[in-house]
Design a protein around this ligand. Structure first.
Ligand code: PGA
Length: 249
């Protein structure tokens, strides 16, 4: 399994700014080791422009941060997996905590997005993670299992080779408060055990990424932990310098 180094640019960068950063990133990652894959999740409006400039950053795959689970139709404000692919995206995020909390996306909708996007040919990173009150109540395991169960409910296992989970504790996202090694190990073990149970014997093939205040100075330690197969980076992914340092950590 390749190590996945993923950047979530959220609502930052125009098309032009995205191409500049991606080109800089492409230069810095020209000797990316074979066993690593870099994906940048750009805003919808930057995707086509970035897709057309792909030759300048061959080491980087492009993704979108969200999609709607239908081929086309009367879904104002949404875009389909086919549109993402046509624009040059090969991956999509599902269930980021900001989608869950700010846009009230349900476990059910996230499951539909995950299954539909995989079927439509995209790779999917399904994001899961507990809030601080949930953790303090001792609900870490039930919350992660509920999100995974719903997220994977309709997924055909043939698509597992282009599926990954990102564990992102809500209290560590954008807060500068990174989960400690013990917390990461515990949560990733819960996720791994769930995947092993669900996919009898194949759960070990699924990448589990950590996300939440990953920076160049903590990435190496995090990537060295058991059951950590990559990272999903927000703030520190916006500059090519810091994200390339993480991708090469
Ligand atoms: P952060 O964001 O690295 O800025 O904490 C992570 C994410 O939201 O994916």
């Amino acid at each position: 399994m390749k190590l996945l180094l993923a950047a979530n640019w959220k609502m930052y960068k125009t098309g032009e700014e995205a191409v500049l950063t991606l080109t800089d990133l492409g230069r810095r990652l020209s000797s990316l080791p074979e066993d690593r894959q870099v994906i940048v999740f750009v805003p919808f409006t930057a995707l086509a422009q970035a897709g057309q400039a792909r030759a300048a950053f061959p080491a980087v795959s492009l993704g979108a941060q969200n999609c709607y689970p239908a081929e086309e139709g009367a879904f104002t404000g949404e875009i389909s997996p086919a549109m993402i692919r046509a624009a040059g995206g090969t991956w999509v995020l599902a269930g980021h905590s900001e989608r869950r909390s700010l846009f009230q996306e349900s476990d059910l909708l996230i499951g539909r997005k995950t299954a539909f996007a995989l079927k439509a040919g995209l790779g999917v990173i399904l994001c899961v993670g507990e809030s601080l009150p949930e953790r303090e109540r001792g609900d870490l395991q039930p919350v992660l299992e509920r999100q995974l169960e719903a997220g994977l409910a309709a997924v055909d296992p043939v698509f597992l080779p282009r599926f990954a989970v990102a564990y992102e504790p809500v209290w560590a996202i954008g807060t500068g408060r990174v989960a400690g090694p013990a917390e990461i190990l515990e949560s990733h073990a819960v996720i791994r055990a769930f995947l092993e149970r669900k996919y009898a014997g194949r759960g070990g093939e699924i990448g589990i990424l950590y996300g939440g205040s990953v920076k160049p100075d903590n990435a190496g330690t995090i990537l060295g932990l058991d059951n950590v197969n990559g990272v999903l980076v927000g703030g520190a992914s916006l500059q090519a310098e810091s994200f390339s340092a993480i991708a090469l950590a």
